[in-house]
Ligand binder design. Structure first.
Ligand code: MN
Length: 421
């Protein structure tokens, strides 16, 4: 089926500012609360939130097989479950409804009032009910930075498969929600035994996440050449990390409480269809991976990523600029690997890319790397210094793709760190 929604020539009758992340070619999906306290599934064009449940009720999706309550839900799980054909039909139809050549909704004031909201009038909610969360470790630059900091080398398995840990779903929150500095057990240098208290080394991790549909039954795996059909879209993801807790707890089973206190994601899921024009080749893999991880063609995406820190009542300072395309392992490889043992994935499951780091200073995706574990503090625009994240700081992640025709963005993934209770 043709993805007509991606046509770069298309213009909308809704006003869209230049350099907006949400032109008519984007059409992401999210869940929001209207100013009348109604939860609905929606999309965004420019600075307008579009109520898809209202559009459906008014008959605008006629001819597309959708259940009556498909968009009257507090998560996108059922819609995602319907599969790629439905995603494409709905996205194409939305692009058509808001096309400046189509007068149907444009000239129906009553309908417009029911369907279109100013983005400031609504409240974004978590877009999916996340059953399972896996966080990968797929940036070679990041892995090298971390291991070399502690005088180690990459573990021998790293170049043969996308490594990951199973994360915690219950504490994944949508952008805008404040995070509480975690307390826990650490073993600071100079102490003779572990101590308990607020983490002193709270960090962010600049990541992207992808969301799957139901893909395989328990016991079956997904062939690497079929993974694309099961990935719905992507979000920005901040994998908040307490480095002092992590250091003490991680041997031998990996991250636990250092990560599970919070993960923030951006509210709009940008579909893989919208990202299609931004496919690029992933870095060459040497050694060649085993057959079940071998892939041909362009399997990564050119997504520019930016991380900023904004102290309370101050302006933000950009601390990192990098790109998703530097990741060594692709989403297809991650999903093939996740399921190769027969583990089933479900609609709404979330997969973090792992911290995205480039190869140069200023392109690293965590404070751990940017400040060399706190030994080289970063100076912010207000004159203060940061080794890690302070109470009151807001961490803001942004991401976008851009070519000469169109810009497809993710908006923001931001949350403020509050002091420990
Ligand atoms: Mn991570």
């Amino acid at each position: 089926m043709k993805i007509t929604a991606n046509n770069p020539e298309k213009r909308s009758w809704l006003h869209i500012e230049k350099n907006c992340d949400f032109p008519i070619q984007n059409i992401p999906f999210g869940v929001f609360l209207t100013n009348e306290d109604i939860t609905t599934i929606g999309t965004r064009i420019g600075n307008y939130a579009i109520d898809l449940a209202a559009l459906h009720q008014l008959g605008y999706f006629e001819g597309i097989p959708l259940t009556d309550d498909m968009f009257m839900q507090d998560s996108l799980n059922d819609f995602i479950s319907d599969g790629q054909t439905t995603w494409r039909l709905v996205r194409n139809r939305i692009a058509d409804i808001f096309d400046d050549k189509n007068n149907k909704l444009k000239e129906n004031k009553k309908h417009r009032e029911k369907v279109i909201f100013d983005i400031d009038e609504i409240e974004m909610l978590l877009p999916v009910d996340i059953g399972d969360f896996t966080d990968f470790y797929s940036s070679k630059n990041h892995a090298m930075n971390v291991v070399s900091m502690f005088g180690n080398a990459l573990t021998p398995n790293w170049l043969h498969m996308p490594l990951a840990y199973h994360g915690r779903s219950s504490s994944i929150v949508v952008s805008g929600k404040k995070i509480r500095r975690p307390k826990g057990q650490t073993f600071p240098k100079g102490e003779k035994s572990p101590v308990f208290g607020p983490s002193k080394l709270v960090d962010f991790e600049l990541e992207m996440g992808f969301i799957t549909t139901d893909a395989n039954k328990l016991g079956k795996s997904i062939d690497i050449n079929e993974t694309d059909a099961y990935i719905f879209g992507m979000v920005l993801l901040n994998d908040w990390s307490a480095r002092d807790i992590q250091k003490w707890e991680s041997e031998p089973l990996g991250p636990f409480l250092a990560k599970s206190f919070a993960t923030t994601i951006s509210p709009w899921i940008v579909t893989m269809d919208a990202l299609e024009p931004f496919r690029v080749e992933s870095p060459e893999q040497d050694p060649k991976p085993l057959e079940y991880l071998q892939q041909e063609g362009k399997n990564s995406y050119d997504i520019k990523l930016v991380a900023s820190i904004k102290p309370k009542k101050q302006k933000r300072t950009v601390v990192s600029k990098t790109n998703y395309k530097y990741n060594y392992w692709t989403m297809g490889q991650q999903l093939a690997h996740q399921t190769v043992n027969g583990c089933n994935v479900r609609s709404g499951d979330l997969y973090g890319s792992g911290t995205n780091s480039g190869s140069k200073e200023g392109t690293y995706g965590s404070m751990l790397e940017l400040t060399m574990a706190g030994s080289k503090p970063i100076k912010l625009n207000d004159g203060t210094e940061r080794k890690f994240i302070n109470d009151g700081d807001t961490v803001i992640l942004k991401g976008y793709c851009k070519n000469k025709n169109v810009r497809i963005g993710f908006g923001e993934c931001k949350s403020r760190l509050r002091k420990a209770k």
